[in-house]
Design a binder for this molecule. Structure first.
Ligand code: 4AD
Ligand code: MG
Length: 468
């Protein structure tokens, strides 16, 4: 039985029953006649206390010091309410070397990042993993219940959705002695071989890791109506911040027969749904975050789940920032991209900790596919900012008019031929459509109060770090 199941109904159903618990030793207390072992099985924060006396089968292993913090254990015994029982307990262990690096004292997050393979055995990382899982489940639940179809977008692609030049290149290396017409699969390098990139022959053109599944999602939205993707995306951004990863997961809904207002409504409803879901379903873990990670987070998230998301235009945001009684490192003027200090000011100070959507950005600071507004200067874009994080969501209504899209590609000197299939969507039965991308790790940060994005994904990929 898992400890979370035993806890349900205070163990009333299973009290007095003979059961097995399997997990890892968190702490161990040896006394003259009994030994207390706290076991965590990862199902929840609570440990199971196991009381062993010298008659227990396997007790010799305790005596000989094999049971230490970090050891795996299999324990069979009768569940009782308090200690002091005379029940038969049997114990089997997978011993842990005394060098086990995560001892009871609180280890720093930086240290734990160097132990990414063991950090899930701590309370914090266990709780993050469970809340992350619940957010993923709630994401699918929200979209499935609202009639969206999940589409898997490709990881390897030839297009650059954001046009920001942040793509990782896919290479296929073969030894120079090998003829490139052969399959590179069972090639063994010879002495003095150089490795040659074969990828262009493989795909017929340079290939990259996707920065966004949006363009692919648009193809399905213009056939199935509402769709969404949820998968890994990659950015070769050399930004060493607590908000950026080189590999992160993105949720990208795409709504057909929809405009920017529909898009913003969907983004707000989605955020409120998933936040409410974890408040209702991850109570123990959320209380842990409230106590140890970010005081008051439950109350703040409850507000987010209940209150409407504020919407302002980019122009209003610039006015707000220009009028702020505050000196920014990056000066503000119409046309500039908002820096994180600006985003934080807007959500944290001007709007008092509420999520804020900013819409209608200047077209020159946004991607080619966004729909031009009638003023000719702005596009129907929206970003949702949240306190503590900044940009959580980036989205837009897409340019569905072929002539506008072609003109924009020309203006930005992008190769129209490379987008032939994307332009086809405008040639054959184009419809107004809109969508957004939400960085899943930023959502996990927002929901848990964890301050570094490296601590909300199991194996963070950042500049200089791709171990494990
Ligand atoms: O604003 P972005 O670049 O938008 C797009 O990629 C659009 N194609 C999405 C769409 O409309 N379908 O990225 C979307 C979100 C950001 O708001 C941010 O939350 C997250 O992805 N994000 C990152 N998260 C972690 N590390 C990074 N390096 C990120 N870059 C973007
Ligand atoms: Mg963005």
């Amino acid at each position: 039985l898992r400890v979370s199941e035993i806890k349900e109904g205070d163990g009333a159903d299973v009290l007095g029953r003979d059961l097995v618990v399997q997990g890892w030793v968190r702490t161990l207390r040896l006394q003259s006649s009994v030994t207390f072992i706290e076991i965590n099985d990862g199902s929840c924060l609570s440990n199971m206390q196991c009381v062993l006396n010298s008659e227990a089968e396997g007790y010799d292993q305790v005596e000989s010091g094999l049971v230490t913090t970090g050891a795996s254990v299999w324990v069979q015994g009768v569940l009782v309410k308090s200690q002091g029982s005379k029940q038969k307990v049997e114990l089997k262990i997978g011993k842990s070397d005394p060098s086990f690096p995560i001892q009871k004292k609180r280890a720093s997050r930086e240290f734990l990042r160097t132990k990414a393979h063991l950090r899930p055995r701590t309370n914090t990382f266990g709780a993050v993993a469970r809340v992350r899982n619940a957010l993923a489940y709630a994401t699918h639940k929200f979209f499935q219940e609202n009639g969206f179809v999940w589409i898997s977008s490709p990881i390897i692609t030839a297009s650059d959705c954001e046009g920001a030049g942040e793509q990782f290149c896919v290479t296929t290396l073969i030894p120079s002695s090998q003829d490139t017409t052969d399959s590179p699969v069972d090639v063994i390098p010879k002495k003095n071989d150089r490795l040659i990139d074969w990828s262009q022959d493989f795909f017929g053109k340079p290939a990259f890791l996707t920065v966004s599944g949006q363009l692919n999602a648009e193809t399905y939205a213009t056939a199935l109506s509402d769709v969404y993707t949820f998968g890994p995306t990659f950015r070769a951004e050399n930004s060493n911040t607590s908000r950026h990863l080189a590999e992160f997961w993105m949720i990208e809904p795409e709504l057909a027969f929809a405009d920017l207002n529909d898009d913003m409504a969907c983004a707000s409803a989605y955020l409120q749904f998933v936040i409410k879901y974890i408040l209702d379903n991850c109570k123990e873990d959320m209380e842990f975050f409230d106590t140890w990670i970010s005081k008051g987070i439950i109350a703040r998230l409850s507000d987010v789940a209940d209150k409407d998301v504020v919407q302002i235009t980019y122009t209003e945001a610039i006015d707000l920032l220009s009028g702020a009684n505050k000196k920014f490192e990056f000066p503000v003027k119409w046309g500039c991209d908002l820096q994180s200090e600006h985003e934080r000011y807007i959500t944290e100070e001007a709007y008092n900790g509420c999520p804020v959507i900013i819409r209608d950005y200047p077209k020159d600071i946004k991607a080619f596919y966004m729909r031009q507004n009638d003023d000719g200067k702005t596009v129907a874009a929206m970003d949702m900012l949240v306190p503590g994080i900044g940009e959580l969501i980036g989205g837009s209504q897409r340019e569905e008019r072929l002539e506008y899209l072609e003109a924009r590609l020309d203006e930005l000197k992008l190769n129209k031929d490379a987008y032939w299939w994307y332009l086809d969507l405008r040639r054959y039965g184009s419809v107004p459509h809109a969508g957004f991308g939400l960085g899943f790790e930023r959502l996990v940060q927002f929901a848990t109060g964890m301050d570094n994005i490296r601590d909300v994904i199991p194996f963070p990929r950042t500049p200089g770090s791709a171990e494990f």
